[in-house]
Design a binder for this molecule. Structure first.
Ligand code: HEM
Length: 159
């Protein structure tokens, strides 16, 4: 009988700890006990601050700022914040247009894409975001390149 009680106690403890694991996930930890990228970045306020600085760099970057001449900058900031929040595992739903249609007809080159990513990395360095988090965030954005870059190369000296 004592053995049965002992087994019951052990089993309940096991189930409780599994249950506890799920509860932790709702507080931003994954099943392996790791915090989500969203939480490691510092949540939505930190992401909004990153986007603010990043868009400022893009606006000052003569390699790409011409493409943003007619852009709705406040909307862009909101959309980027939502997108990064969602892509990093945060509690947001990106409600903007998909990457293909929002960049269609802009003739964005691979060089321009890389310039924009360079501006983002400069911001992440300024905010002292760790190497691991930087890599994870860039890894989440990289698959979007194929939908954003539509021009095979930068205009050469002859046009
Ligand atoms: C990882 C790279 C990029 C991401 C994640 C990204 C993300 C976004 C998002 C979320 C929007 C808003 C869509 C909406 O309004 O519904 C947007 C719009 C836009 N993006 Fe990008 N983008 C990227 C690269 C680029 C590059 C390389 C350029 C140009 C050099 C660019 C130029 C623009 C412009 C001009 C708009 C339109 C703004 C407007 O119509 O008001 N983007 N982008």
């Amino acid at each position: 009988m004592n053995t049965w009680i002992a087994s019951y106690v052990v089993l309940s403890g096991l189930l409780l700890s599994l249950g506890g694991c799920n509860t932790m996930e709702s507080f931003g930890q994954t099943m392996t006990g790791e915090k989500s990228l969203y939480d490691r970045l510092g949540g939505k306020p930190a992401i909004a601050a990153v986007v603010e600085d990043f868009v400022g760099r893009v606006a000052a970057d003569s390699r790409i700022n011409g493409k943003f001449a007619n852009a709705n900058i406040p909307r862009l900031k909101t959309m980027l914040t939502e997108q990064i929040c969602q892509a990093s595992g945060g509690p947001c739903t990106y409600k903007g247009r998909d990457m293909k249609s929002s960049h269609a007809g802009m003739g964005i080159t691979g060089e321009e894409f890389d310039a924009l990513v360079g501006d983002l990395v400069a911001t992440l360095n300024k905010f002292k975001v760790g190497d691991r988090e930087t890599k994870e965030l860039l890894g989440a954005l990289a698959p979007m390149k194929k939908d954003i870059v539509t021009s095979p190369m930068a205009a050469g000296p002859n046009g």
